[in-house]
Design a protein around this ligand. Structure first.
Ligand code: NAG
Length: 295
């Protein structure tokens, strides 16, 4: 009887369904760069757990300042010490992992002028994307796009920056745009920019924001916010979570995520997967390895 049931139409159907769901499944995006003890970028990509790695952060820009990256203890950009990341970025891309540069991360002050947005866009294109510069902080690797992580300063002209950046797409390789808004909808900083329809990936921070976090088995607040986020004119929406309870409030135990939360949100047409803060915490908990098969 066992062999009969294993070839039944119902079994075949469930196999096909599993395949289809697998093909349409989401991916995991991870933040790398803010902890020198999180291992290398190449190791992160070699884990096979991530579809996106966001390099965190380009935290100095705006008001005419020369933009500067900060990747904690990994390397010193001020002395050109981060150009070695180029080969690691290329190794990630060779594995099909998109590598984005995250701008902001706590500072993110941009002077309120469209001209300044144009200067920043040009700088990013020349120094991290498909343009040319003698001072590329990460060497000659061409990043896949720019991720907006803005939670301070002004809400002005992020839309201009998005337009200037996405206009470079027509010169060759596409410049992907991403953002990590806070989950209370609409986002106070990049909410306006997100309405441009130019963003490919929006990883919403369902952490550090108790009003829309999942807590004590209660899905209601998270689901309400998720439904608002999946209605914006953007490509794919991701559920942003801490990879450890030590990282932030909003941590969801893996079993609750896979049995309760993901089944509820995965049906959304714009579901893209899960974003995690951060590679360091993921290294502590192995959260991505545990949830990967369910994302
Ligand atoms: C996980 O799910 C269980 C069962 O629904 C619930 O009692 C528990 O509070 C949930 N944990 C969290 C952190 O929400």
């Amino acid at each position: 009887m066992a062999s009969k049931s294993s070839t039944s139409p119902a079994f075949l159907f469930s196999m096909i369904l599993a395949l289809v769901v697998g093909i349409n499944g989401g991916g995991i995006a991870i933040y790398w760069g803010q902890n020198g003890n999180e291992g290398t970028l190449a190791e992160a990509c070699a884990s096979g757990n991530y579809k996106f790695v966001n390099l965190a952060f380009l935290n100095v820009f705006g008001n005419g300042q020369t933009p500067m990256i900060n990747v904690a203890g990994h390397c010193d950009p001020s002395s050109g010490g981060c150009t070695g990341l180029s080969s690691e970025i290329k190794s990630c891309q060779a594995r099909g992992v998109k590598v984005m540069l995250s701008i902001g991360g706590g500072v993110g002050l941009l002077s309120p002028s469209a001209e300044d947005a144009r200067y920043v866009a040009t700088y990013l294109w020349d120094n991290f994307l498909g343009g040319q510069s003698s001072s590329r902080p990460l060497g000659d690797a061409v990043l896949d796009g720019i991720d907006f992580v803005i939670a301070t300063g002004t809400n002005q002209h992020w839309d201009d920056l998005a337009r200037y950046l996405s206009a470079y797409s027509i010169s060759g390789k596409k410049v992907y745009l991403a953002a990590a808004p806070q989950c209370p909808y609409p986002d106070a900083w990049v909410g306006g920019a997100l309405q441009t329809g130019l963003y490919d990936y929006v990883w919403v921070q369902f952490y550090g924001n108790p009003p829309c976090e999942y807590s004590s088995g209660n899905m209601g607040n998270l689901e309400d916010a998720w439904n608002q986020w999946t209605s914006i004119p953007a490509g794919e929406i991701f559920l942003g979570l801490p990879a450890s309870a030590d990282a932030s409030s909003g941590f969801i135990p893996a079993s609750n995520l896979t049995s309760i939360v993901l089944p509820t949100i995965k049906g959304s047409a714009k579901y893209g997967g899960v974003m995690l803060w951060s590679r360091y915490y993921d290294g502590q908990t192995r959260y991505s390895s545990t949830i990967k098969g369910s994302v």
